[in-house]
Design a protein around this ligand. Structure first.
Ligand code: BYC
Length: 326
């Protein structure tokens, strides 16, 4: 189905003066219609989107690393094929998102340069190590599960190219979550040692997964404005609660214990109560001091350097085909 159009004719007042353009933008947002690359938009809106979309793209690309190292060590051909497909999907998500950032005027090479110089963020979750094959399952179940909670509402984000990219990304994330859960169900039906590996991985990934949703609402500097613009549709705490409510019955079905002694159903709220993640640890990870920050950036930097000849060859080929025209 086509996305709602933001064509000028649908909102009276779409004009050329600065005031009229601002009014047109505000009217599109108020009507929950999409902003498209051709539309005028305030610099702050553009910059917020470039910030979020670039961080999102970087997360997909850096996010290939924790699981990627298990491709050559997968326990069977079937598991290897599944994991290869998943990690390739993440690369594809990064590419859609860099393309969405380009529609805002960002330059892909510049975004990559900022990432590898440590000047742009990526999700905190990928600064934790994947220690056993059970981590592959738990990343699929919890990390992709958290990503789905966060990203399904982004399919209704006000910026058209970002929202449309999210539709395909969410379909693929759904497969990613299921393959993780299916792997864990298989391991839980295995030996006591396999069940211990799963529980250990759940203990390590639960809290970082809750941190993926960002700081608590009262200390989130960007949420209010991003919600007013329809860039975000829910606050960080709303989505975190949704994720906990979704995960508890899934943990019960698996037969694992979530590592929070205060996790309890709250009848009056119709939701689970849960403890606060360690926000001091979150701040440390964002400051570059998580267990794997240095290794993740070093690996990304190396991959970028190793790919120099490919970029040069592609550019030379494109120049030759265009006969030297820009
Ligand atoms: N990690 O005011 P706030 C995947 C930053 S990958 C790092 O709440 P906002 C997958 C935040 O950027 C999917 N930084 O900000 C791939 C801000 O810093 P700046 C990744 C974080 O933007 C491979 C500051 O803290 N998903 O699925 O309103 C394998 C204050 O925060 C984090 C996305 O990127 C964090 N966790 O909300 C498997 C989703 N949280 O920029 C799976 C798209 C916060 O002011 N992004 N910060 O310096 C979003 O929805 C929002 O940007 C956030 C943060 C909810 C993350």
């Amino acid at each position: 189905m086509p996305a709602p159009s933001s064509h000028v004719a649908e909102v009276p007042g779409g004009g050329n003066s600065a005031g009229e353009e601002r009014a047109h933008f505000d009217a599109l947002i108020a009507r929950e219609q999409r902003i498209e690359p051709r539309d005028w938009m305030p610099d702050e809106y553009r910059n917020t989107l470039i910030r979020q979309v670039a961080q999102h793209a970087h997360s997909e690309i850096i996010g290939m690393q924790p699981e990627g190292m298990w491709i050559t060590r997968a326990p069977s051909l079937r598991r290897k094929a599944i994991l290869l497909a998943k990690v390739q999907d993440e690369a594809g998500h990064g590419m859609y998102l860099y393309s969405a950032a380009e529609t805002l005027g960002a330059d892909r090479a510049d975004l990559t340069a900022k990432l590898i110089a440590g000047r742009q963020k990526y999700s905190s979750i990928f600064n934790y190590p994947a220690l056993t094959y059970a981590d592959v399952g738990v990343i699929g179940w919890l990390v992709d599960g958290a990503a789905i909670c966060n990203q399904v509402p982004l399919c209704r984000s006000s910026y058209g190219p970002y929202a449309r990219a999210m539709v395909r990304v969410c379909k693929e994330e759904s497969f990613h979550q299921r393959q993780g859960y299916e792997l864990l169900l298989t391991m839980m039906a295995g030996t006591p040692g396999q069940r211990e590996m799963v529980q250990d991985a759940v203990d390590r990934w639960w809290w970082p997964s809750l941190m993926m949703f960002g700081p608590p609402d009262e200390s989130s500097p960007n949420t209010a404005q991003s919600m007013a613009w329809g860039v975000k549709r829910h606050t960080n705490d709303e989505l975190r609660q949704r994720f906990v409510d979704m995960s508890v019955p899934q943990a019960d079905r698996l037969g694992v214990t979530l590592p929070d002694p205060d996790l309890a159903w709250n009848e009056s709220r119709g939701s689970y109560d849960f403890s606060e993640p360690d926000w001091a640890e979150f701040a440390q990870v964002l400051a570059g001091n998580g267990p794997c920050n240095a290794a993740r950036l070093a690996r990304r930097r190396q991959a970028h350097e190793d790919g120099t000849w490919v970029r040069e060859a592609a550019l030379a080929h494109a120049a030759k085909r265009s006969g030297g025209r820009p």
